[in-house]
Design a protein around this ligand. Structure first.
Ligand code: F6P
Length: 345
């Protein structure tokens, strides 16, 4: 008998999503006699109940493509009281045994509530360039974003050197600084500002002056978009909010650049990488991770292992409770930041 499974991608897109979709279709068809049914634009498609069948043909040639062929959105099904009911109805009408939900913290937190409180059968797949989901070592998309950010640091080095400048590079990272920390270490940054380690602007400027005083002619500073000053040290401008009530981040570097220039007297330039980090073709790691997680997710769904997220643990992909994945954001451990600090000199 054929088992039908719904698939959606929610939240911000990232490279590697199409690898997951392709893997769900192939593995399901080969091993489990499942049919994958895609919903457009995340939870919105499930709420509206308009699925499209995903076939070997419709998912051919998508492995190397960025974004998601089924679209995404930040619509949250538990925001409205009738949402969970409508999701259950869609499952029933389209004879789906459950959903594979590919998402970040927002999408999978909604998945956990639908699973725990409303009994909707769900398997989660962790994706976000921010790498902030618990339970898994890495999320799909992080590695490619890191490559893009590291290349940016490398490119800024040569122009910084030529002009004796401070270069401030802003990368994504709303609540956590994984991209900033890893790109900073990989690119040899002289200071890294992340949300987990509130910064002191005066200390950073003293550090840059000391560095230049000892003969260095340039500095590279990487800042995560969600970095925060230590309490009482700097008044930050307010952010506007999007239609989902989230602050629209992106731009902290525009504020900090002039602050650094004023305090140090060094010519300072700002680069904001923005959505370039999220777009484009996935690197090899994200293609492999996406493929492996897609296979694991459909294995779970086809064998009735629900309420779990597939997670990377060492070399294995294993199911972990959705609750564990979404309990708290996974920040950069202090020990990893200390590694970065070794090279700030
Ligand atoms: O996917 C997470 C993320 O990349 C954050 O780092 C960033 O703040 C956010 O998405 C921006 O998303 P958008 O501009 O699509 O709302």
């Amino acid at each position: 008998m054929v088992t039908r499974i719904g698939v959606l991608t929610g939240g911000g897109d990232c490279p590697g999503l199409n690898a997951v979709i392709r893997a769900i279709v192939r593995r399901g068809d080969d091993e489990h006699n499942t049919v994958a049914v895609g919903f457009r634009n995340g939870w919105q498609g499930v709420l509206e109940g308009n699925p499209q069948q995903l076939t070997r043909d419709s998912t051919r040639g998508i492995l190397h493509r960025g974004g998601t062929i089924i679209g995404t959105s930040r619509v949250n099904p538990v925001d409205s009281p009738s949402g969970p009911e409508r999701i259950a109805e869609t499952l029933e009408v389209h004879e789906l045994s459950g959903l594979i939900v590919i998402g970040g913290e927002g999408t999978l937190s909604a998945a956990r509530r639908l699973s725990d409180e409303h009994g909707i059968p769900i398997v989660g797949v962790p994706k976000t360039i921010d790498n902030d989901l618990g339970g898994t070592q890495f999320t799909i998309g992080f590695s490619t974003a890191l490559d893009v950010a590291t290349e940016a640091v490398d490119r800024l080095h040569s122009t910084a050197e030529s002009h004796n400048r401070v270069m401030l590079l802003e990368v994504m990272g709303r609540h956590v600084g994984w991209i900033a920390t890893y790109a900073g270490i990989a690119g040899g940054a002289d200071a890294i500002l992340i949300p987990e380690q509130p910064f002191h602007i005066d200390r950073i400027c003293r550090h840059l002056k000391r560095r230049h005083g000892s003969g260095r002619t340039f500095s590279i500073v990487v800042v995560a978009e969600g970095a925060v000053p230590a309490a009482g040290t700097l008044d930050m401008p307010d952010y506007e909010h999007d239609e989902f009530g989230r602050p629209i981040l992106g731009g902290i570097a525009n504020f900090l650049g002039p602050q650094i220039e004023q305090r140090t007297g060094f010519s300072t330039r700002v680069t904001i990488l923005g959505h370039v980090q999220r777009g484009g073709t996935p690197n090899a790691f994200d293609r492999v991770l996406g493929s492996s997680m897609g296979v694991a997710a459909v294995d779970c769904a086809a064998t009735g292992i629900w309420g779990r997220m597939v997670a990377m643990r060492g070399n294995a992909i294993v199911p972990v409770p959705l609750e564990e994945a979404t309990r708290e954001l996974k920040g950069v451990p202090a020990g990893m930041y200390e590694v970065a600090e070794v090279f700030f000199g």
